[in-house]
Design a binder for this molecule. Structure first.
Ligand code: M6R
Length: 366
């Protein structure tokens, strides 16, 4: 049932070209300029004309929500707030009837997310679900939604659910952008083609697995690690750190790279590995200077870069090369090496990656 893999987690990481493809299937046909989410229909105007979108989730789903905040603001031009469901539900939050709420959950059973949905619903907001498990409690509690169709995720560490969530959220944002005429036809079409090619690019990205395993050997005994990224890839840094924490029990922190100088930089010495997402997007130059700051303090730098990046290769201790794509789509690729890095480090430390201590696959208690 693990399909020849040593664990469900590794199987699920390697399934991502297929799971993202399944998520896109029938919904996006670039050649025809077709983009439609069948599950979002009756209430679509509530999403299109929402004054504000509130995104709710926990853990990895919350990270997907943070990525979506950047995507929605860029493409759909609607203000977005992303909330931990557990905080939102106890905060007497301000919710207007013309708010659209997007609740993200792999299992569809997370107690905090479900309670936050009920609260938002009671205040008249329209709730859209992004769930993986068909017919789950959250899927049933929402007005409408789009399934991620990633297939069953067994490993406690969420991997393929994250990339499918981001894919659905991208499709939602693109749909809104098109209908609100925020993107030019040509740009819209290019984005559709590029999104369609993402499964292939994920497959290419997965080829770096062995290289990552080598890096994992070097850092397996670390007691701390920092993950840094900017823009669309700041939430990916958080996600990389969460993956490492939960399955290898190494303490890891994710930060927006520019925040480093406001505190965490004090942690950096020759013992501190720092993982940078340093691809050629609109924050590339800024990230390059953040890498220099870490190197000047003797930190060890592992950088996720685009193929053929000689500048960062000359500065970093290790580089992991991934294919290039449009900025807005980069999280779908940059997260892959971080999943693999956490996986290999955890295995080398003898941890049970599928069932890490103290954790359950769905958190049905608050
Ligand atoms: O099923 P959900 O997406 O609602 O679960 C939310 C979190 O419990 C989940 O993402 C958790 O953080 C994962 N173990 C992370 O890998």
């Amino acid at each position: 049932e693990k399909g020849g893999f040593d664990s469900f987690m590794l199987k699920e990481i390697f399934e991502q070209p297929e799971s993202v493809h399944n998520c896109l299937r029938g919904r996006l046909i670039a050649e025809k300029g077709h983009l439609q989410l069948g599950g979002i229909n009756k209430y679509i105007d509530r999403l299109l004309y929402a004054k504000r979108i509130i995104i709710l989730g926990c853990g990895t789903s919350w990270h997907a929500g943070l990525v979506a905040e950047y995507i929605f603001e860029e493409l759909a031009r609607i203000p977005v707030e992303v909330e931990y469901a557990s905080e939102f539900r106890y905060r007497n939050p301000i919710i207007y009837p013309d708010d659209a709420v997007i609740a993200i959950s792999q299992s569809g059973e997370t107690a905090d997310t479900l309670a936050a949905i009920e609260l938002a619903k009671s205040k008249g907001a329209t709730i859209f679900g992004v769930c993986n498990v068909v017919g789950s409690s959250i899927a049933r509690a929402t007005h409408e939604g789009a399934y991620t169709h990633a297939g069953p995720e067994i490993g406690v560490a969420s991997t393929k659910a994250f990339t499918a969530q981001v894919t659905v959220l991208l499709m939602m944002a693109l749909m809104i952008a098109k209908k609100r005429q925020n993107v030019a036809e040509a740009q819209f079409s290019e984005l559709l083609y590029e999104l369609e090619s993402i499964p292939e690019k994920i497959a290419k990205t997965l080829k770096i697995n062995e290289e990552i395993e080598k890096i994992a050997h070097i850092y397996q005994h670390s007691s701390n690690m920092i993950y840094l990224g900017r823009g669309y890839n700041f939430p990916v840094a958080l996600e990389g750190a969460l993956k490492l924490k939960e399955i290898s029990y190494i303490h890891a922190e994710g930060y927006p790279a520019a925040e480093m100088k406001h505190g965490p930089i004090a942690l950096i010495d020759e013992e501190m590995p720092v993982v940078f997402i340093a691809i050629k997007d609109n924050s590339y130059e800024k990230v390059v200077s953040n890498i220099q700051e870490v190197k000047a303090r003797k930190g060890r730098v592992i950088a996720i870069v685009n193929e053929g990046d000689n500048l960062i290769s000359s500065m970093a201790d290790h580089v992991i090369e991934i294919p290039a794509t449009y900025d807005v789509l980069t999280p779908l690729l940059t997260v892959i090496p971080l999943q693999l890095l956490a996986y290999h480090i955890a295995v080398l430390r003898g941890c049970n990656v599928d069932q890490p201590r103290n954790l359950a696959k769905s958190v049905t208690v608050e």
